[in-house]
Design a protein around this ligand. Structure first.
Ligand SMILES: [Zn+2]
Length: 142
């Protein structure tokens, strides 16, 4: 996910154990505002609760928006709740963008296993002594 310029907002217990997170994406260029983010795919807490914390820290407002990635809510990036997201920005930007659809245009960078030719996340491929990069599954069979 980090390949896409996505950030994760994480919440930790005092013990240091993570208990909630959401994805956060900078959309300042898309909504033509110096500071604007969308939050989506919350886990552990409601998206609205996470948004409340982030918006308060940044001293910005928030509104619901509809998110798409490359035209959909499935595929490279699965956006939960049928593309439901919250925009965090200055109040006037929020007002202008309320209920609008924001296209994220994110692409996951894939690499191909040079043995089975399957698409794998680049970071999981393992460099072999012969210079090939192969997936964990193929490496396990070697
Ligand atoms: Zn493979």
């Amino acid at each position: 996910m980090a390949d896409n310029g996505l950030m994760a907002v994480r919440f930790y217990r005092q013990s240091g154990k993570g208990y909630a997170r959401a994805w956060m994406c900078d959309v300042s260029k898309k909504v033509n505002s110096p500071e604007a983010y969308v939050l989506f795919n919350a886990y552990g807490l409601m998206l609205e609760e996470i948004c409340g914390v982030v918006a308060a820290v940044l001293k910005l407002g928030s509104v619901p928006v509809s998110l798409r990635n490359n035209g959909g809510t499935h595929g490279t990036l699965f956006i939960n709740r049928s593309g439901y997201g919250l925009l965090i920005a200055e109040p006037e930007v929020c007002k202008a963008q309320q209920s609008r659809t924001i296209e994220l245009g994110l692409r996951r960078k894939y690499a191909q296993c040079q043995q089975c030719h399957g698409r794998r996340s680049r970071s999981t491929l393992q460099l072999q002594p012969d210079g090939r990069r192969i997936c964990e599954w193929c490496a396990g069979r070697g």
